[in-house]
Design a protein around this ligand. Sequence first.
Ligand SMILES: [Cu+2]
Length: 308
Amino acid sequence: MMTRRWTPGAVAAAAVMFASAIGFGLDPALAESFGQSVPMQTGLQGAVTEVARDISWFYDFVNIIIIAITLFVLGLMLYVMWRFRESKHPVPSKTTHNTLLEVAWTVLPILILVAIAIPSFKLLMLQYSYPKPDVTIKAIGNAWFWEHEYPGATAEDKTFTVTSNMLTDEEVAEKVKSGIPTPRLLAVDNEILVPVNKVVHMLVTSNDVIHNWTIQSFGSKIDAVPGRLTATWFRAEREGIYYGQCSELCGMNHAFMPIAVRVVKQDTYDQWTTAMKAGDRKKAKEINDRVAMEQAGIKSVAEAGVTR
Ligand SMILES: [Cu+2]
């Protein structure tokens, strides 16, 4: 015999669905999830670019429409089941056509789709608008790590490359001990730095298979295709560390090739690029560690107890 009792699993699933339905954008604690997700998060990560803000708005807007339609259809079905039940309504109506109703259920969905299409195309135009860049970086996907090339304009203005590999659990533990927030599976050995409030063009390609360069808080996501150059842009308005992950299933270690972008003040960025161009990786690392500690609210190296 079939039982119709709610199992604990079904109750939990329903609770999660309900929480997701009402949870987006409402919990102020979740608004702080910039650059990475937090436990129990239901919406998108905090937006720090115009594109990401528009994506968040569009996500909420479409969700509201979806929930409204679902509730409307559910209500209609429950009403019909109750109103036309056999005991109350034994002789069914033979009505087959209703012009007004048919026009309504054709026109109304068209209007809803147009209401979705207008902001959707506006967002698409913004994503592909590519304002004049202040900084251009080339991201190269590899199985399974990212390289970021900062192209120099002249012979003196040297090109340099940052190779980022994910930190191991031991390396994460060591860095956490020094006080710098270091998330597992996201933190890398060499972060890339970009200046705050500046337009960055990210040219994206791959050395082997298709990867995808993504930073959710920037609203950036673009495929890295071998033999081709794709591009995304962002203008980060808030300093801090922003993580992303390869978002195209690329093979065995797909889950272990994170991207870490640190948004810093222009002068910090200039110091860092000068050190990198001079080939002084040690100094560049010190600048990177110092800004990481500052952004984590740690005053000095001594306070953090960083050992090198
Ligand atoms: Cu990949």
